[in-house]
Design a protein. Structure first.
Length: 228
């Protein structure tokens, strides 16, 4: 897995040393001396053209990391938690990364990406500013199976919807799941069949909707701080 960009790479270097295989540098002085000295045996210097090739034209900012593949968690582990976020057929890595960052910062215990078979995890590491390396995350294609299993261990399922119950009037169970659908299609019919309650964010001005990642941050903050 190749990631790039100064901030996300510094985070990985400082917090996930065991996952770092090679540090590629295309800009002198990009690393603090202490970090440079520590990783010196794993550092390789690159010409700009090779850095551009490795980042596929992305803004690498002079540093790239080759890391071990992300180790995903499993559903049985997440069943033991209290607050899980389920992504229903979300594919945009920018939105997913922003949600992952909010989920980690605001107290969700883990994330399940469902309705998809694969995702570009390296891209999500970048767009989440490295938060994907810190929060339990797993891809499970069948959203129906996911929600069924969570309900069997007493999770209550909440779905984000424009037409749901006002978030400010909701009481949340101790074990709770937030389901977020894609911006285009919303929550799938399969997932809706297992949702206990639809919830929405009250708008002060008339507007179609919030971006899914912006809505996710508000919902995760409210649900994560709910008392039972």
């Amino acid at each position: 897995m190749i990631i790039y960009g100064k901030q996300v790479c510094l985070h990985a270097l400082q917090e996930h040393e065991s996952a770092i295989k090679t540090v590629y540098i295309a800009k002198k002085g990009i690393l603090p001396k202490k970090v440079f000295d520590f990783y010196h045996p794993r550092i390789k210097f690159l010409e700009e053209r090779w850095a551009q090739s490795m980042s596929k034209g992305g803004n690498h900012q002079g540093i790239l990391l080759e890391m071990n593949p992300l180790v995903q968690t499993d559903l049985n582990t997440l069943k033991k938690e209290q607050f899980v976020v389920v992504l229903d057929a979300l594919t945009d890595t920018g939105n997913i990364g922003a949600i992952v960052r909010s989920a980690y910062a605001l107290g969700a215990d883990g994330i399940i990406a469902s309705g998809v078979k694969t995702l570009n995890l390296a891209s999500i590491v970048r767009t989440s500013s490295g938060a994907l390396l810190d929060i339990p995350f797993v891809i499970i294609p069948n959203v129906l199976d996911v929600l069924n299993e969570l309900k069997q261990v007493d999770f209550r399922i909440y779905g984000a919807s424009m037409n749901g119950k006002n978030l400010n009037n909701c009481d949340f169970f101790e074990k709770r799941v937030l389901v977020l659908g894609s911006e285009g299609a919303g929550i799938s019919k399969r997932a809706k069949s297992k949702i206990d309650e639809m919830i929405s964010i009250e708008m002060k001005h008339e507007f179609d909707s919030l971006n899914v990642s912006a809505a996710a941050a508000i919902l995760i903050h409210r649900i994560g701080n709910a008392t039972t």
